[in-house]
Ligand binder design. Structure first.
Ligand SMILES: [Fe+2]
Length: 384
């Protein structure tokens, strides 16, 4: 086996009420002046007040940047960075879904690294660390609290681009299931599926290791056993907590492996058609599983087992196909169609989408099966 490595966030604080430990975590990183980066929805839902209340009671100075949008544009990253420069925080707290956490990461590193931001898109191109980051997810989720990745929308070129930098790892992640109780069912379904996609893409990927496999299998088991309940019964704290753990475990894993063809397709389609990231990765998942399955059937058997499918005495490929069936059943229960024609993507876009997909080297290079533009078009046609 060739030499590989594994890295992750050094501290995770989790459990009901974990958010109350924020002042201790701020002090642990020697911070006293906090910029909270979040989105308007978190603010109007009262979740921001919960967090700033904790800071106020601890007499910590803070400012808030609450202008993060879904699928954030590069311009929002620059606005976040400007808010950070103007306030001069010594710690940044990201609060929200993946978009808010991603903008908090880039705001931190842009404090210490001159623009233009374009030179940082890619793998490990950011020279210096910014101020310490504490990330608090409110969805379960993107797992962004555990990754060194930030994805931004380049609206001029209609593509989504990633910055991957070790300097964007949080110093601490706070996982508090209370903060996810108010998520509407549809958002619960989409973000929960995104966590499952991370776990599956990382698990079957060519860069998988014993460390990521362990995390991913448990993440898959947790999603299989809890997403339906979190969707159908939003106040179920145990289901919410298990989903938050699943999202976190998958995030720890895929930050090391990157994702695969599903995410490459999701970023290509999402760059042109503004569909939520979790919805895209969810409806693409069964297509990509069907395509990839013959490359690593034993891994798909493990996924089927994690979903509780009975695979004993079955030929390997037949057992592997039960993983796809299990995922389709889950999508059916969550009311998510996996026909592309449901989402307003016209056929004439297929060649351009295929080109962008195959060009996403960071993702495609982890996919277990090699893929050409023609094959991507075939996948889109077959699932239209
Ligand atoms: Fe994702």
């Amino acid at each position: 086996m060739k030499v590989q490595s594994f890295e992750t966030v050094r501290r995770v604080v989790f459990g009901h009420g974990a958010v109350e430990s924020l002042p201790d975590e701020v002090k642990r990183v020697k911070g006293s002046r906090v910029l909270v980066v979040t989105d308007p929805g978190i603010k109007s839902a009262g979740v921001l007040d919960q967090v700033t209340g904790v800071l106020e009671r601890a007499n910590l100075g803070f400012s808030v940047f609450a202008e993060v949008e879904p699928d954030p544009r590069v311009e929002v990253a620059l606005a976040g960075a400007k808010a950070a420069k103007d306030f001069g925080p010594d710690v940044i707290v990201g609060l929200g879904g993946g978009s808010a956490l991603d903008i908090s990461k880039v705001s931190s590193v842009l404090l210490a690294n001159e623009g233009p931001i374009d030179k940082y898109f890619g793998m490990e191109l950011v020279p210096r660390p910014g101020v310490p980051l504490i990330l608090i997810p409110t969805t379960a989720g993107t797992g962004s609290e555990m990754t060194s990745i930030c994805v931004l929308s380049d609206t001029q070129n209609k593509v989504k681009k990633g910055i991957v930098s070790e300097h964007m790892f949080a110093r601490a992640a706070l996982l508090d299931p209370q903060l996810t109780l108010a998520l509407p069912p549809r958002v619960t379904a989409m973000t929960g599926m995104d966590a499952l996609v991370h776990a599956i893409e990382s698990f079957v990927g060519v860069r998988a290791t014993v460390f990521t496999d362990t995390l991913n299998l448990q993440a898959i088991r947790l999603v299989a056993a809890n997403l339906r309940q979190a969707f159908a019964q939003g106040q179920n704290l145990a289901a919410r907590e298990n989903m938050l753990h699943a999202s976190c475990l998958a995030g720890m894993a895929f930050s090391n492996t990157q994702n695969g063809l599903d995410h490459a397709l999701a970023l290509a389609i999402g760059g042109k058609f503004h569909l939520p990231h979790g919805l895209l990765t969810a409806f693409i998942l069964p297509w990509v599983m069907e395509y990839n399955l013959i490359a690593t059937p034993h891994k798909y058997v493990e996924i089927a087992k994690a979903f509780g499918e009975k695979t004993r005495r079955m030929p390997e490929v037949q057992a592997a196909r039960l993983a796809v069936k299990a995922v389709k059943n889950l999508l059916d229960d969550l009311g998510i169609s996996y026909r592309l024609s449901s989402y307003g993507v016209p056929r004439e876009e297929f060649p351009a989408l295929a080109k962008t997909t195959v060009g996403a080297v960071r993702l495609i290079s982890n996919n277990p099966r090699t893929v050409t533009e023609q094959e991507v078009i075939g996948i889109l046609e077959a699932n239209y």
